[in-house]
Unconditional design. Structure first.
Length: 207
C-alpha cells in the first residue's frame, strides 16, 4: 500500500485588518501583497456585495490575453480570452457563474477588458459546483489596479506577482481566505507583556 500524496500548501489570503482591502497572500515560503473586495471578507457572501468569500476553494483554470502577454509554463488548464467571452453574474440565468458568449440576454461582465485587469486571471471554484442562489459569482485571482485598490470580491495581485504565482499553482492547490484579519489574529499585549518589556528595557546604569 502506497502512502497518500500530500496536498500542496494552500494559497492563504489574510486581510491586514477588518476594514482594510489590503492583504497578504502566502504560498509556502513565498508572500505577495494583494487586494481583496471593497466589502471585506464575508462568510455569507451574496451577489453584488463586493466581498471576498471566506473559505477554502479549488482553483479551476487560467484565462489570459495572448495579445498582451506570453503565458509562462503552468500546471492549471489554460486558454486565451476571446473578444466575445463574458461571465454571467445574473442569479436568474441557467448560465449563472459560468463563462458565456456575448452578446447575451443575461447580465454579465466582459472578459475582454481594456484596463488590463483580466489580462491574466485564475478562476476560483466558488459557488460553481453547481452555482446556487445569489451567493456570488466571478471570483477570480486577477491583476490589480496600479494603486492596489479594492476589488469587487476577487483577489488581485500586481502583474509581475501574478505571473510568478500562476507558475506555482497546481490542480490540487486550494485558495484559503481567512475570516480573521492579521490585526484580529494578533493577541493584544497583556500586563505581563508590559512588565517583561520594562524588564528588557532596564539597564544597570539606572540603579
Amino acid at each position: 500500500m502506497t502512502d497518500p500524496v500530500p496536498l500542496p500548501a494552500p494559497l492563504i489570503v489574510q486581510a491586514d485588518s477588518a476594514d482594510s482591502s489590503l492583504a497578504w497572500a502566502t504560498l509556502g515560503e513565498r508572500r505577495w501583497r494583494c487586494a481583496i473586495g471593497a466589502g471585506g471578507v464575508r462568510e455569507d457572501k451574496v451577489e453584488g456585495d463586493a466581498a471576498t468569500p471566506v473559505g477554502t476553494f479549488p482553483l479551476r483554470r487560467i484565462y489570459f490575453r495572448n495579445d498582451r502577454l506570453v503565458l509562462p509554463k503552468v500546471r492549471l488548464p489554460a486558454r486565451p480570452i476571446g473578444e466575445h467571452d463574458g461571465w454571467c453574474d445574473d442569479p436568474r440565468a441557467p448560465s449563472y457563474n459560468r463563462l458565456v458568449r456575448i452578446p447575451n440576454d443575461w447580465s454579465h461582465e466582459r472578459m475582454w477588458r481594456e484596463d488590463g485587469l483580466y489580462d491574466l486571471l485564475v478562476v476560483v471554484g466558488y459557488n460553481d459546483d453547481p452555482p446556487e442562489g445569489e451567493w456570488g459569482s466571478a471570483i477570480f485571482l486577477h491583476i490589480a489596479r496600479d494603486d492596489l485598490g479594492p476589488t469587487q470580491g476577487c483577489v488581485a495581485f500586481s502583474r509581475d506577482d501574478l505571473l510568478e504565482l500562476v507558475t506555482l499553482l497546481t490542480p490540487h492547490t486550494r485558495l484559503q481566505v481567512l475570516s480573521l484579519s492579521a490585526a484580529e489574529a494578533t493577541p493584544p499585549a497583556s500586563d505581563d507583556d508590559d512588565d517583561m518589556k520594562q524588564f528588557e528595557d532596564f539597564d544597570e546604569k539606572d540603579w
